[in-house]
Design a protein around this ligand. Structure first.
Ligand code: ATP
Length: 540
């Protein structure tokens, strides 16, 4: 690499790792670029040209700095390394696996997007669930502070199993990996960011050494329980990654408070809307552009807004001369709402859109989406993006409110695959608001499937649903109804196997009739059936 005629070929045999099975069909490779122990760039998806561009940009940047005699040249061990080929499950969850290095002839990158750990100033310590539940957090914090560490920030986090797997993926395959994942996700951890980079603390031993010392007995994990108690980042790369994992906006907070730390890459979500006319004509092209630009589409929903909803969404524009036309266009057909994820998503999406006024977009940014996808005779631009992270949060809440859906693990699947299905549910980030085991009576099953009364399979269906206990579960999440249906896969097992082999039905159904699980088909059905099964429940 780096200007030499050398080709780099990477191959990640992800299908050989059983720990990655759960991610099949739901993830894409993510490449993290490190320089001098810092994450400097991220490319999502297998995008050769973008990977090459990213590498070249950083090499050129490094060259420039070297020519300028930049102080970074002297920093030891700085090189551009494509450290991790990463698998990612949106939103904001990534794993890492194969390691490989890309040589770079230049050294010393300045990067404004990461916390600078080059002076070992920060380390991340995790007080694990057993120590937290034994009330040892303060004791451990005191010990650390007595030993000279400065507590920069802290947070209590209860990791899901999936997040724990991501976090410890470099230990995947080791005999204790599954125990570790189970243990770490068994309760809240307490995560600390510690500093030991100042003059005063120069002599404070590194974390590892501190643990070895007998006077911090409390922090010594007994050999038999070595997965327990706390641990910390023991390398710069690890510390940088752990910081980004637990505190994605850490660097920004430091900047706000006036220290001159640089910024951690910040994974954000933003809302993008494709309005009716453009959606009809160019949906495919736009979705392709979005993916090529490094966004992950975390959620999407095609929706027909009522006038009232459109006015509610654009209430800040009431009174503007364009308001009536805007509302007319917004309600003239279905729009596509997308939750887009990547680092600095809000700004990147706005940059991609270009100037709001069509004339400006065409003149000043002809490659912007507003210019490229302008429609003749339509004065309203056809794409929307939130203008700030705060607005993005509100916009996303508007289009993707937290919903409840009813999931049923049908009798045969409940008997044979309950644990597997429940762990898929947890890993997908659903909250389980309620669940109970129920044996449906004939009347209940007939009521549940009353829309199918009269169909040839109706009697068999009722019989199947009454053959033993089912598990009734209320799932909560943004876009829960659609997401759960996507996870279930098509009704017909054969179709499920073909079109979505990692879906639950492809894995656990026996036939089109005995298809393992149910999910509400829309929010109204969800409400009705939840009330039928969980009588008098207050969903608020
Ligand atoms: N052609 C068919 N032959 C046999 N059984 C069927 C057939 N179509 C549907 N079923 C059964 O009836 C249930 C309800 O059918 P529906 O069309 O509502 O599918 P679904 O919404 O995918 O499933 P569910 O309502 O259980 O979530 C299916 O889950 C399946 O058990």
């Amino acid at each position: 690499m780096a200007g030499k005629k050398k080709e780099l070929q990477l191959q990640a045999e992800a299908s050989h790792f059983h720990t990655l099975d759960a991610f099949k069909g739901k993830c894409e490779p993510v490449f993290l670029f490190y320089s001098g122990g810092k994450a400097v760039a991220m490319v999502k998806g297998v995008n050769g040209p973008l990977l090459q561009k990213t590498i070249l940009e950083h090499v050129q940047e490094a060259k420039k700095q070297q020519e300028m005699g930049d102080k970074y040249i002297e920093a030891p061990g700085q090189e551009i390394s494509l450290l991790e080929s990463t698998l990612e499950v949106p939103p904001n969850e990534d794993t890492h696996g194969q390691e490989d290095k890309v040589e770079a002839e230049q050294r010393g990158l300045e990067d404004k997007e990461v916390v600078d750990l080059s002076d070992d100033s920060y380390t991340v310590a995790i007080i694990k669930p057993d120590a937290v539940s034994q009330g040892k957090v303060n004791e451990i914090k005191n010990k650390l502070q007595e030993a000279g560490f400065i507590l920069v920030t802290e947070e209590q986090r209860h990791l899901t199993e999936e997040q724990a797997r991501d976090f410890y993926l470099d230990q995947a395959g080791q005999s204790e990996f599954e125990d570790l994942v189970k243990f770490i996700s068994s309760g809240p951890c307490h995560v600390l960011v510690l500093s030991r980079g100042t003059e005063v603390n120069k002599d404070v031993p590194a974390w590892k050494e501190l643990i070895e010392q007998s006077d911090v007995e409390l922090m010594k994990a007994p050999p038999s329980e070595k997965l327990k108690y706390q641990e910390s980042s023991d390398s710069k790369e690890l510390a940088s990654r752990e910081l980004a994992f637990f505190f994605p906006s850490f660097g920004k907070e430091q900047q706000k408070t006036g220290t001159d730390e640089a910024i951690t890459p910040k994974i954000q979500n933003t809302l993008a809307l494709i309005r009716p006319d453009l959606l009809r004509e160019k949906k495919k092209e736009i979705l392709q552009k979005i993916r090529e630009s490094g966004f992950t589409i975390a959620m999407q929903k095609e929706i027909m807004l009522t006038e009232e909803q459109a006015k509610g969404f654009y209430r800040e524009h009431v009174g503007q001369d364009y308001f009536p036309v805007l509302i007319k266009h917004m309600t003239s057909g279905p729009i596509l709402a997308l939750a887009l994820t990547r680092e600095d998503a809000v700004q990147h999406w706005r940059n991609l859109l270009g100037p709001k006024k069509l004339e400006d977009a065409k003149e000043k940014a002809p490659e912007s989406l507003h210019a490229e996808f302008a429609l003749e005779n339509i004065p309203i631009n056809q794409l929307h993006g939130s203008s700030s992270p705060e607005e993005a949060r509100k916009d996303l809440e508007f289009f993707f409110p937290v919903e409840q859906t009813l999931a049923v693990i049908k009798p045969d699947a409940y008997k044979e695959h309950k644990d597997d299905i429940l762990s898929y549910i947890k890993e997908a980030g659903f909250s389980i608001s309620q669940m109970k085991e129920t044996v449906l009576t004939k009347e209940m099953a007939e009521g549940f499937y009353k829309d199918h009364r009269g169909k040839p399979f109706f009697d068999q269906l009722v019989q199947y649903m009454c053959q033993g206990p089912s598990m009734m579960i209320i799932l909560s999440k943004e876009n829960a109804v659609q997401e759960w249906r996507d996870m279930m896969g098509p009704t017909d097992l054969e179709l499920a196997k073909q079109s979505n082999p990692s879906s639950l039905r492809a894995q656990f159904a026996k036939s089109i009739l005995e298809n393992a699980i149910h999910g509400s088909s829309n929010v109204e059905h969800a409400k009705k059936n939840i009330n039928l099964i969980f009588e008098n429940i207050n969903l608020e």
